[in-house]
Design a protein around this ligand. Structure first.
Ligand SMILES: Cc1cc2nc3c(=O)[nH]c(=O)nc-3n(C[C@H](O)[C@H](O)[C@H](O)COP(=O)(O)OP(=O)(O)OC[C@H]3O[C@@H](n4cnc5c(N)ncnc54)[C@H](O)[C@@H]3O)c2cc1C
Length: 403
């Protein structure tokens, strides 16, 4: 990588990490009429080849257990369907839609069925269209499933399914740049505080430049803990490996396959043209090295394919077309987003810990982050539930619907 030097020695806001979260925050900052500060996005690899954003499944759902998470996804749906309007009716911006095949959660025991019932109440109260289905109803609507062990299913066919995350990511960067946000390919290697330890004063880049800053945003994905440690803070986020496969079926299904969450944890969805995308992970699921993207080739034969072929017997005959390993930025504390300012180092902000749901959370997270950084308060959705202070205080906000 040839490091790029920022144009200025000082910025109002420096964002560390320029993928989905960093770019969402950058764009919403550029969209705030009350803010005309200088923004620098430092991204260590502008190919984004190892970013979670590149390895994503790019789906959204309303089926969360926490109300705020449901509302966050509802904003994502609104934002995606109205991208051009949000981007000032710029006719270069594509009109996007959501391929709403739904997420089909399958419960094989009464305890998990009860969780689905509880979750549905939360979702319905937020206006989501979640339906519970008996095994007979599941088979009538989707005859390809084997439901012998299933006691309940849960699905929502409105604003839940695949969306074009790449298009949104591309337009956030393009539009933010056009409005004056500066992106450089470089790496933040040090963050310096004032002598009292109450404010961040500058970031040091790998190429040696020291850049003064008014505020800093940690949008470093699976490297969030590394960035936070530069300020002397612990954030409970670690890289966990998640494997993906795209396969073709010899006999494709006769209707869309919902993003099916098998009780084993394996998930699979429609990918178009007789192909399907599937994801899973090993039972042993430790934190991995930041640069470890080695594929586990055994897991397909020994675990994933048998699960698929049992749940959908038509998937006995399938052929893998591509496969990859990606990293979740996994919040080991309570599986929820970590955002907002630090309590003592008040100009250091978090945007971390999104596990497998950060792509859909990015519009609301970027908007909320811009609001709290510029105005010191939320103007749309109140995100303070997710603030960092809950971690040292030991207040867990458990999200039960984690994939
Ligand atoms: C296999 C898989 C499937 C997923 N499926 C879905 C899904 O269907 N729906 C959904 O909503 N979400 C999904 N996710 C989650 C979603 O993709 C992520 O939550 C989201 O992309 C996180 O974006 P981010 O910007 O926080 O992190 P990243 O995309 O990882 O970006 C962080 C960036 O920070 C940069 N960086 C780190 N440290 C520094 C530094 N010191 N200096 C400069 N740059 C730095 C990195 O280079 C990187 O580009 C999935 C994730 C994976 C891995």
């Amino acid at each position: 990588m040839k490091s790029q030097t920022p144009q200025h020695a000082s910025y109002d806001i420096v964002i560390i990490g320029g993928a989905m979260m960093g770019s969402s925050a950058a764009w919403f900052l550029s969209d705030d009429k009350d803010f005309d500060g200088r923004v620098l996005v430092v991204e260590r690899d502008q190919t984004y080849k190892n970013a979670s954003t590149t390895h994503t499944n790019s789906c959204m759902r309303q089926q969360f257990s926490g109300e705020l998470n449901v509302r966050i996804s509802q904003f994502a749906a609104d934002f995606v369907k109205n991208l051009r309007r949000y981007m000032g009716n710029d006719d270069r911006v594509p009109e996007l839609s959501i391929r709403s095949f739904g997420y089909m959660y399958l419960a094989d025991n009464d305890a998990f069925a009860d969780v689905l019932r509880e979750n549905q109440k939360v979702q319905l109260a937020c206006g989501a269209a979640t339906q519970l289905m008996t095994p007979e109803q599941i088979i009538a609507a989707y005859p390809f499933y084997n439901v012998d062990d299933i006691v309940l299913g849960s699905i929502n066919l409105v604003d839940e399914g695949f969306w074009d995350g790449t298009a949104v990511f591309d337009w956030w960067r393009k539009s933010a740049r056009e409005r004056g946000v500066e992106y450089v390919e470089n790496e933040v290697v040090e963050v310096t505080k004032n002598t009292a330890g109450t404010r961040v004063e500058s970031v040091t880049l790998k190429s040696g430049e020291v850049i003064a800053c008014g505020q800093v945003l940690n949008a470093s994905g699976p490297r969030a803990a590394r960035t936070a440690r530069m300020v002397g803070i612990d954030v409970p986020v670690e890289p966990r490996k998640r494997f993906s496969w795209v396969f073709a079926a010899e006999k494709p299904l006769d209707r869309d396959l919902p993003l099916t969450i098998d009780p084993s944890g394996v998930h699979v969805r429609e990918n178009g043209g007789g192909t399907y995308q599937c994801g899973g992970h090993s039972d042993i699921d430790p934190a991995v090295e930041y640069d470890d993207f080695a594929m586990d080739h055994d897991i397909w034969e020994s675990h994933i394919w048998p699960v698929l072929a049992t749940r959908i017997p038509q998937f006995e005959a399938i052929k893998v077309q591509s496969e990859w390993a990606g990293h979740y930025a996994y919040n080991t504390f309570d599986h929820n987003a970590i955002m907002g300012p630090h309590m003592e180092i008040e100009n250091f902000f978090f945007l971390n810990g999104f596990s497998g749901h950060g792509l859909q959370q990015s519009p609301a997270m970027g908007r909320g982050t811009a609001e709290i950084m510029v105005h010191g308060a939320y103007k749309s959705l109140d995100m303070s539930l997710f603030h960092y202070d809950r971690i040292p205080e030991g207040r867990k906000i458990i999200e039960k619907a984690i994939i």
